[in-house]
Design a protein around this ligand. Structure first.
Ligand code: AP5
Ligand code: MG
Length: 203
């Protein structure tokens, strides 16, 4: 069975950390919209120039732009044949609608909601600000990003619960503990236990 998975969760909940490990474990494509956009900025592409200020300030990029990036990426051979893990998309209801349309013939198998309390994600992002200097980890941008999560992204949890594909995973603990919980949740939802390695990946 091919795994088509979404990870939802607050900023700093560990979507990227767990997404990288799960993608290795299941041998599927890890598709992070944040990474795609940061790469576009780094390489000064036309998309990168359009989105830079929006990202740095912690606001959301235009729904249509992001949906068209995802449509293109999900049409690539690896995602079509091996499956994929979406990290950071969808995060608004219009994006859910776009994804429902893109996946009409091959629907999602499971949507993980990685639950981490607000105070803990703020702590994690402030640690990352000190080491990685991501502009959107400044306290002002983090406030903005978390407010947008509550307003625009949290409602997606109810949507996927209604679709019967939601699996809630406790994201508090060490990365190994959270990974083990995610693998159990995915096995319970899909019957797939994984094909590659122990989920360790060098970054
Ligand atoms: P994006 O890159 O997706 O950022 P995000 O959602 O804000 O999430 P983060 O990457 O900050 O956190 P994460 O959940 O991946 O956690 P991580 O594993 O890194 O998006 C960036 C921006 O791009 C958006 O604000 C928006 O502007 C734009 N964008 C992207 N997608 C969009 C979309 N669909 N629509 C519109 N705009 C979009 O972990 C965080 C830190 O905690 C790390 O330092 C990590 O090492 C640490 N950590 C992780 N797990 C643990 C653990 N278990 N214990 C201790 N520390 C941990
Ligand atoms: Mg991330």
């Amino acid at each position: 069975m091919t795994i088509r998975l979404v990870i939802l969760g607050r900023q700093g909940s560990g979507k990227g950390t767990q997404g990288a490990r799960l993608a290795v474990h299941y041998q599927i494509a890890h598709i992070s919209t944040g990474e795609m956009l940061r790469n576009a900025i780094k390489h000064d592409t036309p998309v990168g120039r359009v989105v830079k200020d929006t990202i740095d300030q912690g606001r959301l990029v235009d729904d249509e732009l992001i949906a068209s990036l995802i449509k293109g990426r999900l049409g690539e051979t690896d995602a079509r044949t091996r499956g994929y893990l979406l990290d950071g998309f969808p995060r608004t209801l219009p994006q859910v609608k776009a994804l429902d349309e893109i996946t009409r013939t091959r629907p999602l198998n499971v949507v993980i909601d990685l639950e981490v309390p607000r105070a803990l994600v703020i702590e994690r992002l402030s640690v990352r600000l000190a080491s990685e200097h991501r502009a959107d980890d400044s306290p002002t941008a983090v406030e903005q990003r978390l407010a947008l999560y509550d307003e625009q992204t949290a409602p997606l949890i109810a949507h996927y619960r209604r679709q019967g594909v939601l699996a809630v995973v406790d994201g508090v603990g060490t990365p190994d503990e959270v990974f083990a919980r995610a693998v159990s949740a995915i096995a319970a939802a899909t019957g797939v236990t994984g094909s590659g390695g122990d989920g360790q990946v060098s970054r």
